[in-house]
Design a protein around this ligand. Structure first.
Ligand SMILES: NC(=O)c1ccc[n+]([C@@H]2O[C@H](COP(=O)([O-])OP(=O)(O)OC[C@H]3O[C@@H](n4cnc5c(N)ncnc54)[C@H](OP(=O)(O)O)[C@@H]3O)[C@@H](O)[C@H]2O)c1
Length: 306
């Protein structure tokens, strides 16, 4: 990979991709949306001229497209903006990659599925339940219109955040450490994957000639409640403050029951890719986030994990 553009470099996943590239001393250019981070500059993806200028300047051989309006609740609140960011901006980026002969790797989601037919492989029919899922499914089609493109659907991501923003995982960690009561779904299953392993998997795909759709997920199927309980155990804390709730009690759009992904195709294509247990990956992500805070000179270092 001569030069890589990472979109969404200020986000949870894009920051880990940036760290992984930086550790390999690979040349990359990070693009953020609104946030100032030391490893990226701001490029508003809905601004065609800004994207054209930034693209020509970076002259990438690969674009790892992590940027998205990623919160389902934000997408439901503003479907037009969700479409503009997730679909239209991806379509323009795909056309630009195509014209420049650059490769495009789009990060997509397990939420393109309705949760009723798990485990899902790459050929399973998509039937998203949310605005977010629908825009990501359309983004997949837009990306695959490019000549050299791969869509990587990742499952629920976990791990300490690199950078200033606190993600759900950091908030959960802090709440468990403080002993705050928390309600977690015990009827929503995912195959969670660490941000570190997701970034490493994406870079394998970026450096390959794989095309089409691949699934990248963790090895275990877990509910959100079990994830919280195992996080508490990893932190050496009491899990009794974590209460079970049904996903059907949540307000807003319906939530998918079980969007577990099968990664057989990915593991066959990339036999060197490995990920650890949930507990090992929590600790690995915390180390990466801490050392990145030192390397990049910014960002909130996560609390040490035992
Ligand atoms: N997190 C998960 O569990 C998960 C699971 C499955 C799939 N995914 C997918 O993985 C990818 C990364 O997700 P994430 O969790 O890292 O999301 P995130 O933390 O919300 O980050 C989103 C990134 O996109 C950027 N962005 C948003 N709107 C933009 C715009 N209009 N112009 C330019 N940049 C814009 C944001 O920039 P600023 O913050 O600087 O504004 C940020 O860097 C997304 O495609 C998401 O759909 C995530």
């Amino acid at each position: 990979m001569d030069s890589v553009v990472v979109t969404g470099a200020s986000g949870l996943l894009g920051a880990y991709v940036s760290v992984a590239l930086s550790r390999r001393r690979a040349p990359f250019v990070g693009w953020s949306g609104t946030k100032e981070v030391p490893w990226a500059h701001r490029v508003e993806l809905t601004d065609e001229d800004a994207v054209a200028r930034a693209f020509d300047e970076a002259a990438p051989s690969v674009v790892v497209h992590c940027a998205a309006m990623s919160a389902a609740s934000d997408c439901a609140r503003d479907p037009d903006r969700a479409r503009a960011v997730n679909v239209d901006a991806t379509a323009r980026l795909a056309r630009r990659c195509d014209a420049a002969g650059a490769r495009l790797v789009l990060v997509s989601t397990d939420l393109v599925f309705d949760g009723e037919h798990a485990p899902y492989d790459e050929d399973a029919a998509r039937s998203p339940l949310s605005v977010y899922g629908r825009t990501k499914a359309d983004a997949e089609d837009a990306a695959l219109a490019a000549g050299d493109a791969c869509v990587v659907r990742v499952s629920l991501l976990f791990g300490a955040t690199v950078g200033p923003r606190l993600g759900f995982f950091d908030q959960q960690t802090r709440a468990i450490e403080r002993g705050d009561a928390m309600t977690l779904f015990d009827d929503e299953w995912r195959t969670p994957l660490s941000l570190a392993s997701a970034a490493e998997g994406l870079l394998l795909v970026a450096a390959s000639d794989a095309r089409g759709v691949l699934h990248l997920a963790g090895p275990e199927r877990m509910t959100r409640l079990v994830m919280g309980q195992r996080l508490a155990a990893t932190l050496g804390r009491d899990a009794s403050t974590l209460r079970a709730a049904s996903r059907t009690s949540a307000a807003g759009e319906p939530r998918a029951r079980d969007v577990s992904l099968s990664t057989r195709k990915f593991c066959e294509a990339f036999p060197s890719w490995r990920t650890g247990t949930y507990e090992a990956e929590i600790k690995r992500a915390a180390q990466i986030a801490r050392s990145a805070a030192t390397t990049f000179g910014s960002g909130a270092a996560p609390p040490p994990l035992v």
